[in-house]
Ligand binder design. Structure first.
Ligand SMILES: Nc1nc2c(c(=O)[nH]1)N[C@H]1C(S)=C(S)[C@@H](COP(=O)(O)O)O[C@H]1N2
Ligand SMILES: [Mo]
Length: 249
């Protein structure tokens, strides 16, 4: 199923599709193996991972990380509504090999990343039970498990000019977010749903999950996160068809 465009605009094709997850220099590539990172604090996590070269986080990102964000109340596990989450994909389910899969984090960052699923699974696992809300008029309480996006960005170290994040997906979907929402402590890259490994239809291996944004902001099959200083004329798949950009809940 798909949304009805609110205006009679023709669909634009995506010029910026990103399949090249391997183009980044492996310089300063994460070496997480055996580092016992789950037990150390957040600050040392960010420092330890960048190979001992401890650059302090820049002021803007630090402000966003420690900003007292409004937390959205979560639900108990008993509230999960497994049958209510409707698969909503504009172009079917892309085939992704989890072994060769990489999440690229690039653009306005000091430490570009290319993360395997193993790399991501070494980072602290968080779980939340939240309501997913689709503009089409359905909602579902879902448990998501994954890595806080702010933990990933603490390693990538956004430059002080970074203001937005673009999320590119394997099916050609794309979305842009403001950095404050990206840094919200309940915004995560999820690889689990309702206590089990995320299924391909729901965005495996990695999708966005957050209680602060509408369903169409929550990209499935994310392969690249690009930090930028500006929004381009392409702001998101549904946004470019007339939907609202901020799409807050
Ligand atoms: N890559 C990609 N992400 C996407 C979509 C999509 O078509 N492609 N649909 C969006 C919409 S409109 C919703 S409501 C949710 C649905 O997530 P689900 O299919 O896991 O229920 O995914 C969002 N993320
Ligand atoms: Mo949606």
């Amino acid at each position: 199923m798909s949304h009805e465009p609110p205006q009679n605009q023709s669909q634009k094709t995506l010029e910026n599709e990103d399949d090249d997850t391997d183009i980044l220099p492996r310089r300063r590539f994460l070496n997480l193996a055996g580092a016992g990172l789950l037990t150390i604090g957040f600050g040392s996590l960010a420092e330890g991972i960048v190979g001992g070269v401890s650059e302090p986080l820049n002021q803007q990102v630090e402000t966003l990380i420690f900003k007292p964000h409004q937390l959205v109340p979560e639900f108990p596990l008993s509230a999960i509504e497994p049958e209510k989450l409707i698969v909503n994909s504009f172009r079917g389910t892309p085939a992704i090999n989890p072994v060769s899969y990489r999440l690229t984090v690039d653009g306005n960052v000091n430490n570009p990343l290319s993360l395997s699923l193993q790399d991501l699974q070494i980072l602290p696992l968080t779980s939340m039970v939240i309501r997913h809300v689709c503009v089409e008029g359905w909602a579902a309480i879902v448990q998501w498990g994954g890595v806080k996006l702010r933990d990933i960005l603490a390693i990538a170290q956004p430059s002080s000019q970074a203001k937005y994040a673009y999320f590119y997906s394997a099916d050609g979907y794309y979305e842009s977010w403001d950095l404050d929402s990206v840094m919200h402590p309940q915004t995560m890259m999820a690889y689990q749903k309702n206590g089990q490994a995320l299924t391909p239809e729901n965005g495996a291996p990695l999708r966005l999950a957050s209680p602060i944004k509408l369903g169409y902001k929550l990209s499935k099959w994310v392969t690249r996160i690009e930090l930028t200083t500006e929004l381009t004329s392409k702001r998101g798949y549904w946004e470019d068809l007339g939907y609202e950009w901020y799409a807050g809940l």
